[in-house]
Ligand binder design. Sequence first.
Ligand code: SF4
Length: 703
Amino acid sequence: VKKQQTDTSASTCCYCGVGCGVLVHKDKSGQILVEGDKKHPVNSGMLCSKGLNLHYTVNDTSDRLLYPQMRYNKSMPMQRVSWDEALDRTVAVFKTFIDKYGPDSVAFYASGQCLTEEYYVINKLMKGFIGSNNIDTNSRLCMSSAVAAYKMALGEDSMPLCYNDIELADCFYVTGANPAWCHPVLWRRVEAHKAANPEIKIIVVDPRVTDTCSIADLHLQLNPGTDVTLNHAIGRVLIENGDIDLEFVTNYSEGFEQYSALVFEKSVAESAKICGVSEHNIRVAAKYIAEAKGFISMWTMGLNQSSIGVNKNLSLINLNLITGHIGKPGSGPMSLTGQPNAMGGREVGGLANLLPAHRDLGNPLHREEVQKFWGGKLINPKAGLTATEMFEALNDGRLKAIWILCTNPLTSLPNVRLAEEALRKAKFVVVQEISNKPETLDYADVILPAAGWAEKEGTMTNSERRISYLNKIIEAPGEALPDAEIICRFARKMGYKGFDFTGPSEIFDEHVKLTAKTNMDMSGLSYTILKEQGTVQWPYKKRGPAQGTQRLFIDKQFYTDSKKAIIQSVPDTLTSEFPDSNFPFILTTGRIRDQWHTMSKTGKVNKLNQHYQQSFLEIHPIDAAELKIVEGDIAVIRSRRGEVRVKAIISPQIKRGVVFLPMHWGKILGSDLNRVNNLTSDQVDPISKEPDFKYCAVNVIKY
Ligand code: SF4
């Protein structure tokens, strides 16, 4: 493609929250080729296997939905219809339910892969005009525990540092994450930093020996679910040894005395036993942190996806707070966002408990501000249904209609057979999708074809608060439309004012205006600036620095009422589903290197399918021997909720008593026996409502 290229545009990879810059070359036939953007501040030209193969997913349109479809009865086949017919029917059904059962009878379930402008209009439509907060996204399954913890510790959902801090840090504490596979380009930067500076210390905390461990100075192979105990034990050693930042703790934080009393309740030896690591290694970890001039804690789903996800996050952030490693170069808590634009979604308030610009749904002044700005209905103070709650509400009939866009809950939700049952019972299901593969389509009454990456313009925000502009590079196939355009057409047909945007640029302008004078003020930003300057980090105020804001809290003033960071004293009690004699193993789930989410894009690329061609069970050799399972045998894994059957991979890299299955596979040729979420627990964290994907009890036998 490059040889005959006619056009090159800059864009951003649409997979993970690292946010790598790409150059997209388009030839005369509209085929594209992607390469890393050498000038991009995040990746300097590097791309991982997923980013490098991005063009295959776009050039291959064989699985694309090309026109709207609908049916009046689930037993009937889908019929091709016009956009007007599909949207008029949807409007009629939504109006009927809203009139008869109230606005809370309908819901939108969206995605961390939506562009910011798309999130903005869905959120405005639901909260400002329909009058319900039933808009949630698959970010609920991803970062919501980190969001809640940031808010409790720092006063707002704000990742305080930037990727350039990596090269300034000399100790990394990587926990509940395998960035070598899941955030690869960011991890390449850590690897390069370690190669150039072998004295820097890398501590990895994980029940599995992952590729991330290959450059670790210390691997704490803890028992699943014991993260809070471990973090408290490290906190205790730091306090015991006088390795805390007394000035920071005294002047800029609250809650230290209570925290100190709490972490001294258990001896280090006791904690070591609970965590399944040595006391010596806990002390070594504390020593590495104590000796660091720059200390970064890094984490993702291993902490977030837990029934105590918020507590796990807080116990980790506490290590940065008690050592004063925040608001200065090379230091801070660095949450690794799973999806490309989960941050952008939160910026516009795209979760059931948020309002735009991180405003609080529970705050009457915030509700009034947003309502006046939008000119719509009074905003309902009651939090909407979260991701898993929506499917519970479909099951018990409280929710009548759901509009699912840009996500495939029938692979990704926990205890997914309940979600299937819920969609079967739903009175009306709209699926807005690019691909004809997701299982949700089987349950749809209306199917709306959406434009994909490179087929529409908009913005995304990566993990370090960096906003990128994404060009429209090619035309969407068939009649597919950008998601924001579909939502605005629907809103106008509903009779709502305020959706006459001429394009995404106007939506963005409205969004940034609503951020003015908030902590994430980006009112100085426009598409023109993004196109001229490239990516910038928020806050980006009018007349602020040209590149935005690299680091937050450099003045040690936090977003809490007292302006102090809060050291939260959280219990280390695990509330997950424990193993017993019937279900003796702990199941943990996660990503593999070359696949993304439910594989509707990466599953199309032969090269990416070579890494693992099918789902598998990873099990320790001693456990396998006791079960008489040898490599390649089919294992049957059962939990209280369901069953899967996959090939066994025998590996000493996992702890005894723990088994691992990847998250990506759903139904294949009608069989759901590869789908790990048949097994997972639907328990959620009580604060963040994030599911417990990393811990449930299962039984394993040879097939
Ligand atoms: Fe894309 Fe993430 Fe890979 Fe970068 S690291 S190329 S953003 S998937």
